[in-house]
Write a protein that binds this ligand. Structure first.
Ligand code: HEM
Length: 154
């Protein structure tokens, strides 16, 4: 493999690892620990602040994933030349990005507004919706990894 595609693949994998790994940490470690140790008036502002920082990273990761992925496709001669697993990766990747945009611009601003107004039940309901959407995206992310790596051999 030449240097440029290797560099693009490195950036692509770094961004995918950050996004999927970050969702796993939020889902399996941060939120359950916050539920176990903090009451709602502390837990909900804490989760809103944690998500604010994580979402900045996810937005960067999405930009890198899309740019590096599309450049890799272009370097391979276009979508007509690539393996079906890359088409599947692209499609599922777009679904993941759409879900992220939805949770980032619908339930997340509602969570922040509810936290600012100390409306804990409304904040908890929106955080719960975000948790479910992140869970779906985590499963999709694992499926994309499987498709990208194992799918290539099929
Ligand atoms: C949405 C736009 C995306 C495009 C256009 C894209 C495109 C590509 C391309 C062209 C490759 C190189 C394939 C090869 O050399 O066989 C690749 C590799 C890979 N992509 Fe993506 N990708 C996208 C999103 C994602 C996402 C969202 C993930 C994971 C969450 C992901 C994970 C991977 C992995 C793990 C590989 C390495 C496969 C290997 O070398 O064995 N990609 N991608």
């Amino acid at each position: 493999m030449h240097f440029l595609p290797a560099l693009l693949l490195f950036l692509h994998l770094l961004a995918a690892a950050f996004w999927v790994g970050g969702m796993a940490v939020m889902h399996f470690a941060v939120r359950p620990s916050a539920v176990a140790t903090l009451e709602p008036p502390l837990r909900l502002p804490f989760m809103a602040a944690t998500l604010a920082r994580f979402f900045v990273g996810v937005s960067c990761a999405i930009g890198v994933l899309l740019a590096s992925g599309l450049l890799l496709v272009w370097a391979s001669g276009g979508f007509a030349q690539v393996h079906w697993s890359v088409h599947a990766m692209f499609t599922l990747g777009l679904v993941m990005m759409a879900l992220f945009l939805h949770l980032r611009f619908a339930p997340y601003p509602r969570l922040r507004r509810a936290v600012a107004a100390s409306e804990w039940p409304a904040a908890a309901a929106n955080l719960n919706l975000i948790r479910k959407l992140v869970g779906v995206n985590l499963m999709l992310g694992v499926a994309v990894f499987a498709l990208a790596v194992v799918g290539r051999a099929l």
